[in-house]
Ligand binder design. Structure first.
Ligand code: NAD
Length: 260
């Protein structure tokens, strides 16, 4: 996978997805961005990345909660680049509430965006990857795919599901040159985490500073946020030739959180 490939990164208009898209583009791969946001700002991101790297940067506004839009996004990427070699399932949302108060619509939304979208995107890219016997799939799960925390029932369930899906896909493809892995980040300071800090402050009746110190980073033994670049470089490694024998893994990038 060292030569120029085409990558599709879901949820890449912000945070971790944008960092991964940048790392892939800087490594010489064409990239299709996806995600929500102001159209002018997204066009500026596209332009900025293409200028900085010389690769093609496309964009799909497909909603990851809608299977038909996911299938269309993959078709568009295949038409645009000729093929999709790398799929990064990264789009994700969060909502925090006690399980008996958890709104039904929030449960459905989190399961569809954080878990089912991975299935639909994998299903759509696989025929092409199998045909070319070439591909890398990386699902951005979470430390919450390996362990739980209170108030995050939908997120924890969806991320555990992502790891199960990752293992199943890896086994189905084990004799091909297509790998499927998950990365399990601890806390990375992105807009998603800013939102959680606010929600957790409400749930625990604490200030936002207290939540960062005593709740969020309480579970992360290295006591710092994972950097966007650290995480993007791990994903890039999983997309490389060196990682050809790594498949079905759920790799913690969590400062020791899940070592406890
Ligand atoms: P973020 O909020 O910064 O970015 C989320 C991205 O997903 C944005 O581009 C947004 O537009 C997109 N998105 C949201 N709903 C979408 C939908 N329906 N269709 C298409 N795109 C949609 O979040 P982030 O922190 O960068 O999180 C990215 C992934 O990393 C998520 O799957 C999250 O669960 C996971 N993760 C984050 C952390 C962390 O600490 N930030 C830790 C572990 C795992």
């Amino acid at each position: 996978m060292t030569e120029r490939n085409s990558a599709l990164v879901t949820g890449s208009t912000s945070g971790i997805g944008w960092a991964i898209a940048q790392a892939l583009a800087h490594a010489g791969h064409d990239v299709m961005l996806n995600g929500f946001g102001d159209p002018a700002s997204i066009a500026a991101l596209q332009h900025q990345l293409a200028e900085a790297t010389g690769v093609q940067v496309a964009y799909s506004g497909a909603d990851m909660s809608r299977p038909a839009e996911i299938a269309r996004m993959v078709r568009e990427a295949e038409e645009h680049f000729g093929h999709v070699d790398i799929l990064i399932n990264n789009a994700g949302v969060q909502f925090v509430a006690p399980v008996d108060e958890f709104p039904d619509d929030k449960w459905e939304q989190i399961v569809s965006i954080n878990l089912s979208s991975n299935f639909h995107a994998i299903k759509a890219v696989l025929p092409g990857m199998k045909q070319r016997n070439r591909g890398r799939i990386v699902n951005v799960a979470s430390a919450h795919g390996l362990v739980a925390s209170p108030f995050k029932s939908a997120y924890v369930a969806a991320k555990h599901g992502v790891i199960g899906l990752t293992k199943t896909v890896a086994l189905e493809l084990a004799e091909t040159a297509v790998t499927c892995n998950a990365v399990c980040p601890g806390y990375v300071l992105t807009p998603l985490v800013h939102g959680q800090i606010k929600d957790q402050a409400k749930a625990h009746g604490m200030s936002e500073e207290e939540v960062v110190r005593h709740v969020i980073l309480a579970s992360q033994p290295n006591k710092r946020f994972v950097s966007l670049d650290e995480l993007a470089q791990v994903v890039l490694f999983l997309c490389s030739d060196a990682a050809a024998s790594i498949t079905g893994s759920a790799l913690p990038v969590d400062g020791g959180w899940t070592a406890r």
